[in-house]
Design a protein around this ligand. Structure first.
Ligand SMILES: C[S@@+](CC[C@H](N)C(=O)[O-])C[C@H]1O[C@@H](n2cnc3c(N)ncnc32)[C@H](O)[C@@H]1O
Length: 428
């Protein structure tokens, strides 16, 4: 069996792990990381959906294994803030960045413990203002394709009422409930991470009732979560930022990185921008995520990146489709830039735990775990191991169309790879 065919699908993977052959690329199948019966969206992680969330129990284990209380943990691809929540609960100082304003908003709300009583009071004030509001209807490109006219009117009134909440933390809390309401009352398919119009209309859902239900659910979740997991006094920095342009932390100041980058370019994998677009438009934010995230700029293929495996795979894809090979290369080019920036921030002896999915393109599974390990090794890290865990309940595609032919589906990403590296001391 060639290395490339390992973990081609679930059956192959299961067959491999029970075989006596060692896995390639320093991989070890670790069933203790599967957490099959515990949903990734449990507790506070269920506040607002987000694609491809890390499993909080995986993050918790990594934080406990590779850092101590008072350490500084960084997540440069923060998403919905799973690592942030775990750091807050375990006394680790935290710095997280994301290019997507919706991700930053959700992360801030999930990491801000607010008691229910003042939130209840503000919810009643919002409901009163909503009744009296005379807001001009919000308008943006294609709004009437996604929303009924009467829903537009009601959401506009609600948006104005939420925007008038004075306290910043509370305004964020209700903006997240508003964003979830936008998703529910739109014509999009709620459970899809891409923007797709549903067949059955949801316009008969009451805007205010939906908002109230979501707000009450989130209040109860937040209240219960922080009663059971009291926040520590950890320092928390959560910032909107394209990290390829730099990270505002001193070199060598980070003890541990726990992160999960995008799996590929947003056109053919998870489109974070598309997922967030309607919410961001309603929140008055421009959506530029898919145009600026990793792999969005086309690059010419070179052999300059420090991964022979990558060269080999790009060549194999190019033999089938030159354009797709360029797209794949462009993504890894940007990922390499990001790795160089992240690597500098880690102190010697510090660790990086990077969680990736190995997607397939043109029927070829790309070993992103190995490519990441190569990139970090070229920045002075030692690859300790790659733990392989089975994914369940993740909000991400289980099928894609790697051939880019409509209707042709392929199984993708049933396993997740947790790549663990340690930064070596500087050479004398
Ligand atoms: C796999 S998701 C992270 C999910 C996160 N670990 C969680 O549990 O919710 C990858 C994230 O990277 C962000 N991203 C993509 N390109 C970025 C960039 N250049 N700088 C910062 N964030 C970026 C996306 O917006 C997305 O939220």
């Amino acid at each position: 069996m060639t290395q490339a065919s390992l973990f081609r699908d679930e059956q192959t993977a299961e067959a491999r792990v029970t075989s006596v052959d060692p896995l390639p690329f320093n991989r070890v199948r670790d069933r203790s990381l599967d957490f099959r019966d515990i949903r990734a969206s449990s507790g506070v992680h269920g506040i607002h959906p987000y694609p491809a969330m890390l499993h909080f129990l995986v993050v918790r284990k990594l934080i406990e294994d590779y850092s101590h209380e008072g350490a500084t943990v960084m997540d440069p691809f923060m998403g919905s803030g799973v690592t942030a929540v775990e750091c807050l609960g375990r006394g680790r100082n935290y710095a997280g960045f994301d290019i997507n304003p919706l991700a930053v908003l959700i992360s801030k709300v999930r990491t801000t413990a607010i008691p229910s009583a003042p939130l209840q009071k503000v919810l009643s004030e919002i409901a009163h203002r909503y009744e009296d509001a005379n807001a001009s209807p919000v308008s943006f490109h294609n709004i009437r394709y996604w929303f009924h006219d009467d829903v537009i009117q009601k959401l506009s009134a609600l948006r104005e009422a939420v925007g008038q909440v004075e306290d910043e933390d509370m305004r964020r809390f209700f903006s997240v409930a508003f964003s979830e309401t936008v998703r529910r009352v739109s014509r999009t398919r709620y459970n899809e991470f891409k923007l797709l119009r549903r067949k059955n209309d949801a316009h008969n859902l009451s805007v205010m009732k939906t908002f109230r239900d979501v707000s009450l659910k989130n209040m109860a979740t937040l209240g219960e979560f922080y009663r059971n997991n009291p926040p520590t006094t950890a320092e928390m920095l959560l910032e909107e930022r394209n990290i390829v342009g730099g990270i505002p932390m001193g070199d060598g100041t980070v003890d541990l990185v726990v992160t999960s980058p995008p799996y590929g370019d947003s056109r053919t994998t998870v489109a974070y921008g598309q997922f967030s677009r309607l919410s961001l438009m309603w929140l008055g934010r421009e959506e530029r995520v898919d145009r600026t995230s990793l792999g969005s700029k086309p690059r010419s293929i070179t052999q300059d990146l420090p991964s022979e495996v990558l060269d080999d795979f790009v060549e194999r894809i190019a033999a089938k489709d030159d354009k797709r090979a360029k797209e794949v290369f462009s993504f890894y080019f940007d990922l390499h830039q990001a790795v160089r920036i992240i690597a500098r921030k880690v102190r010697p002896g510090g660790h990086v735990c990077i969680v990736v999915g190995n997607r397939r393109v043109k029927g070829i599974q790309l070993p992103t775990d190995k490519i990441c390990a190569d990139f970090f090794e070229s920045e002075g890290f030692a690859h300790i191991k790659t733990s392989v865990r089975a994914i369940s309940n993740k909000r991400m595609p289980t099928e894609n169309s790697p051939s880019n032919v409509a209707g042709q589906k392929d199984v993708t990403m049933r396993y997740e790879y947790v790549v663990i590296l340690r930064k070596c001391p500087p050479q004398p």
